[in-house]
Design a protein around this ligand. Structure first.
Ligand code: NAP
Ligand code: MN
Length: 266
């Protein structure tokens, strides 16, 4: 990384954390990185915490395509987005002094609410009923009316998000080299009157998934973008597709996606 040496650290601002990250600031200075206070000036954005912190770091800094993101774990174990332990500084030094770093790119989702507001997600978009009553949506794949969903809600995950909420719903784990989105149901009602596919399905990046919320009174669902709730309450239509943008992270050696999956779950 010869030129672009502006680094931004994202972490909780409490005093305990500031003490913990002190050695990282020292390393950055020692290796001639410029620590910036404003993420807009950064070329490298480093989150310190867990996967949840990494998701927040990416969201708060605007899913920048011109930045390299990295995750440092404070939880004692490595995780999906955290490739470094806070205490393993030699691995970090090795990565930052390597002049030929490899980059990996993670697909993200573009979510448009009622043709107006657009959001990005790195893990998933989730939508669910906010009341104790089934929630109904018409599900379209491109222009095709695919099914009418009745139940708690749905989760639409990216490949890297496939190991998170999607996994709890028995969705498949998807290799991030496959740019696609996965749709999983949350407790669908299936009987002689109502029918949904019942299994998760995976759409290519060329497709758009559209959810039209049936306006029957239960049309104030809870919507989530990764670990953040959307403040929009009433909704009629949601369009979800894969973004043209992708998130860049450092690819270390012996650290493929499947190695990450293994270290996180097996
Ligand atoms: P959280 O509720 O504190 O943690 C959820 C757990 O998921 C944490 O252990 C988190 O890791 C882990 N995680 C996050 N992204 C992951 C990924 N891509 N692959 C594997 N594990 C992942 O919330 P959070 O830490 O802010 O994370 C937000 C995510 O939680 C959401 O995007 C959603 O995927 C997931 N979630 C899951 C369920 C469920 O499984 N029933 C329900 C709601 C939300 P760290 O401990 O390292 O942060
Ligand atoms: Mn967390």
């Amino acid at each position: 990384m010869p030129e672009r040496r502006n680094i931004y650290f994202y972490h909780k601002p409490d005093s305990e954390m500031i003490e913990k990250v002190e050695p990282l600031y020292d390393i950055a200075n020692r290796y001639n990185f410029k620590i910036v206070k404003d993420f807009r000036e950064a070329n490298i954005i480093v989150s310190i915490g867990g996967d949840g912190t990494f998701l927040q770091a990416v969201r708060k800094t605007g899913y920048r395509e011109d930045c390299l993101y990295g995750g440092i774990s404070t939880t004692g174990s490595l995780s999906l987005y955290c490739d470094f332990h806070l205490t393993d500084t030699s691995k970090m030094i090795e990565a930052i002094t390597n002049t030929e770093i490899e980059v990996r790119r993670y697909p993200i989702l573009d979510v448009t609410i009622d043709d107006e507001t657009a959001f990005s997600c790195l893990n998933e978009f989730s939508i669910r009923s906010s009341i104790i009553k089934t929630f109904v949506m018409d599900v379209f794949i491109d222009e095709l009316h695919f099914e009418t969903f009745r139940g708690d809600g749905m989760v639409v995950a990216t490949p890297t998000g496939s190991t998170a909420y999607n996994k709890s719903l028995n969705g498949s784990i998807v290799d991030p080299l496959l740019p696609c989105l996965q749709v999983s149901e949350l407790a669908s009602v299936n009987n002689n009157r109502y029918r949904t596919l019942g299994s998760s399905f995976i759409l290519s990046k060329e497709r758009t998934l559209t959810l039209k919320v049936v306006q029957d009174g239960n049309d104030y669902p809870t919507m989530g973008l990764d670990n953040e709730a959307l403040s929009i309450q009433h909704v009629e239509k949601i369009d979800i597709k894969l973004s043209d943008k992708r998130i860049k992270t450092v690819k270390l050696k012996d650290n493929s996606f499947w190695e990450k999956v293994k270290r996180t779950f097996l």
